[in-house]
Design a protein around this ligand. Structure first.
Ligand code: TXA
Ligand code: MG
Length: 321
């Protein structure tokens, strides 16, 4: 496809110009590919919702290159800053109060008085953010409800020419979206499990953290009903074919996706049972098994700790559609 450019200083400069012109740019982060637009430009942000067919009640994550840029858009208390210093740059998005006079489009935050913000660990992503000189609103670069992209090819297959430029930085190393940590309440709460584990967050905090995603996850919300907590769409990350969980064998027509020793498996998230490898491979495996060869995907049980929590969360939502 003509709009895929290898990630280098030249393509980053072109992509930064496209962002400043109000166009859409897909770019790699360590978690998944983002569909970026100038977060301060309402018309540009509107293009994201249109390209993804995303309901406008679902707010976007705002990406910035450093702490100074974060402070220009959100209020970061000393306590919040102490926590965030441990995880940024990285696979964690923080919910924080919108700063007074924050230039971020109200459409990007779905009218909320809070913002989800993140400093990605990916060097190319931060280079783009610095070159663009504006915060970049970026949801995952997939049609709403579908599987998140971890390669430039995934983005091209799904969104194609709706994007001005797709920066190709190769496969994402983490492979699941950022952990969303709400720092606006009395106590931090995880709204979405992701690339930074609950265990790592509890270690930094020195105490347990609320698992906000557990309550909301199978609420009767869907793409057409505003969820009580944003980001808690029940059906999400879904292949076109049914997904069955905790499977030990394949039914006729199904492909078995294994983890660890799974004798009958057609493919495996990690033959050696490594959760980091499984997270990095999850969406690519789902994309590849969703190519019309099978009537369903059966997935072996994944241990529910560390990155396994994010993997199981995505799989449950994939299975819920
Ligand atoms: O890893 C990631 O987080 C990727 C990369 C591109 O950064 N982005 C991503 O964006 O996963 P998206 O749009 O697919 O997910 C953003 C989530 C949504 O579930 C949204 O509801 C939630 O963040 N969110 C955004 N702003 C929020 C806010 N103010 N309060 C609560 N949740 C918010
Ligand atoms: Mg997404």
């Amino acid at each position: 496809m003509r709009n895929i450019l290898p990630l280098n200083p030249d393509s980053i400069a072109r992509a930064a110009n496209a962002i400043r012109d109000g166009d859409l740019v897909a770019f790699p982060t360590e978690t998944v590919y983002g569909l970026g637009a100038d977060a301060t430009n309402d018309a540009a942000v509107a293009k994201i919702f249109e390209a993804k067919n995303r309901p406008t009640f679902n707010p976007l994550i705002i990406h910035i290159p450093d702490m100074d840029a974060a402070r220009a858009i959100a209020d970061i208390s000393p306590t919040a800053a102490d926590i965030l210093k441990q995880f940024w740059p990285g696979s964690l998005s923080a919910i924080l109060p919108r700063a007074e006079g924050s230039p971020v489009s109200r459409l990007a935050s779905a009218g909320l008085d809070t913002l989800a913000i993140r400093i990605p660990a990916h060097d190319g992503a931060r280079a783009l953010l610095r070159a663009a000189r504006t915060p970049i609103a970026a949801p995952s670069a997939n049609s709403s409800g579908r599987i998140s992209p971890t390669t430039a090819q995934h983005v091209a297959q799904d969104l194609g020419e709706k994007v001005a430029i797709i920066l190709d930085g190769g496969p994402c190393t983490v492979g699941v979206e950022s952990t969303i940590l709400d720092l606006t309440g009395d106590q931090p709460a995880i709204l979405r499990p992701g690339g930074v584990t609950l265990e790592a967050i509890e270690e930094v905090l020195g105490h347990s953290v609320a698992r906000g995603w557990m309550d909301a996850q199978l609420d009767a919300v869907d793409e057409n009903n505003a969820p009580t907590a944003p980001g808690m769409l029940r059906s999400h990350y879904a292949p076109a074919i049914p997904v069955r969980l905790d499977a030990t064998h394949a039914e006729p027509g199904e492909a078995l996706l294994g983890f660890g020793p799974t004798p009958e498996a057609l493919d495996s998230l990690s033959p050696k049972g490594d959760l980091t490898e499984a997270a990095a491979r999850l969406f690519d495996c789902l994309h590849r098994l969703d190519d019309g060869r099978f009537q369903g995907i059966a997935v072996a049980p994944i241990p529910d700790h560390g990155l396994g929590r994010a993997i199981n969360d995505r799989l449950r939502r994939a299975a819920a559609s």
